[in-house]
Ligand binder design. Structure first.
Ligand code: FES
Ligand SMILES: [Fe+2]
Length: 425
């Protein structure tokens, strides 16, 4: 058994976060994490606090809240949040928690309201979070202005919405600027979610991300995906061939002429916030079973269907494939140490008509199949990691550099965030 195994016994003097930092500092480079990082409730709680309550998280798309009063609500660990479109079109995020006695305010995952009304005692808030009405007698010294909803840092970029539960979040504006520039051709304000699907995976969230960050497993598991996808993220990939590099160069010349962004950009630690456009296999223009478009109307200002896939990675919780006719957007939500929700959204032009311009089964077929295959892989991974026989194993630098990169980022973010908390008392 590994000597790195954490002892999170409550009798120890070290807190779980100190124990985790000690473990990450001495963890062998390029090895998977010790078992408790994938199984233990204490570790999970520390990760939720240090990663999911501090880092910027992808939470949805502006086109999901197109008009004043539209909202979406989500759960980030134990924190219900909501994102609301305001009177002047502003996108704001709040803790979805009533300031009276704390009831969860908006119950539905999505909706449209004139005001935000708590279902418990009907305290009523404006769309900007200010308290408008507190029913009954609250006393003459009750000051409504002190009981607005708690705001959450929220930014939009190119139609993507991000929040950070931290009061003082890390600055990733350079990524947001690039994201806005790369998403501009898609005009996501005039798009819609054609369909979405949420699956529950009985696996730790890091195993879900690790599985996403490598295609070492693709040959054995993803026949549909590999019918059109080149697994390489860029021409620097150690496995990329001369033929692949020539194909990329030829496509890039066309994209350049059409002012379609394609260069690899990344911000922050490693590939933490990364965007790159890669061609699909020659002849394929979309991630469909036959490689043909899934929607007859192309996104935004796009004229050339052959834009490959623009791959957007945002750790810790999202990745996307933007094609000429639709986008596939993924969001990961940890539920518990052994349970993770993964939501997939398929996005098309707002004026595309189901049954005429696109068909849901065809649009979703490949990624539904791939998601199921990935869920089974992650769950099998978890079952083995739960075993007394599990010990950290080596990642391949050639095939699993994306996983190495994720674990490096995770380790770095955990250590920095925990240290900053101590420094600030
Ligand atoms: S808890 Fe919301 S009105 Fe009472
Ligand atoms: Fe996969």
């Amino acid at each position: 058994m590994t000597d790195l195994k954490l002892k999170l016994d409550s009798t120890l003097l070290l807190s779980p976060s100190e124990t985790m930092v000690g473990c990450l500092k001495t963890h062998p480079v390029n090895y998977s994490l010790p078992q408790p990082f994938y199984t233990d409730q204490h570790c999970f709680d520390v990760e939720m606090k240090q990663i999911f309550q501090k880092e910027w998280l992808f939470v949805g798309l502006t086109c999901e809240i197109p008009a004043k009063g539209n909202y979406i609500s989500q759960q980030i660990g134990s924190n219900p949040i909501m994102i609301v479109r305001g009177d002047q079109g502003q996108v704001r995020a709040f803790h979805n928690v009533c300031r009276h006695r704390g009831s969860k305010l908006c119950q539905a995952k999505q909706g449209k309201v004139a005001k935000l009304v708590c279902p418990y005692h009907q305290w009523t808030y404006e769309l900007d979070g200010t308290l408008l009405y507190a029913g009954g007698e609250m006393g003459s010294d009750f000051d409504k202005s002190k009981f607005g909803l708690h705001p959450i840092n929220c930014k939009t970029a190119g139609g993507y919405i991000y929040v950070s539960l931290s009061d003082n979040p890390i600055n990733i504006d350079a990524y947001f600027d690039d994201l806005a520039r790369y998403l501009e051709p898609y005009d996501l304000d005039n798009a819609k979610v054609a369909v979405e699907n949420t699956i529950l995976e009985e696996a730790n969230w890091k195993l879900v991300i690790e599985n996403n960050r490598e295609c070492y497993h693709c040959d054995g598991s993803h026949p549909e995906l590999l019918s059109f996808m080149l697994e390489w993220d860029d021409t620097e990939d150690p496995r990329s061939s001369d033929e692949f590099r020539a194909q990329v160069a030829a496509k890039q010349a066309l994209w350049e002429a059409e002012k379609i962004p394609y260069e690899h950009v990344s911000h922050g630690h490693g590939l933490r916030n990364r965007i790159v456009r890669m061609p699909l296999k020659e002849g394929a223009v979309a991630m469909t079973v036959d490689g043909h478009a899934a929607c007859s109307k192309l996104m935004g200002r796009i004229k050339n269907p052959d834009l490959g896939s623009m791959r957007i990675l945002h750790l810790p919780n999202s990745w996307s494939h933007a094609q000429s006719d639709h986008l596939v957007v993924f969001q990961v939500r940890p539920v518990g140490p052994l349970l993770t929700e993964v939501t997939t959204k398929w996005v098309v032009r707002k004026d595309a008509v189901e049954g005429l311009d696109y068909n849901i089964d065809r649009l979703t077929y490949v990624w539904n199949a791939t998601n199921t295959q990935d869920r089974i892989l992650a769950e099998n991974n978890q079952r083995g990691v739960n075993s007394m026989a599990y010990q950290p194993g080596p990642y391949s630098e050639t095939f699993e550099f994306g996983v190495i990169n994720f674990i490096d980022w995770f380790s770095d973010a955990m250590q920095k965030n925990i240290a900053a908390e101590k420094y600030c008392g």
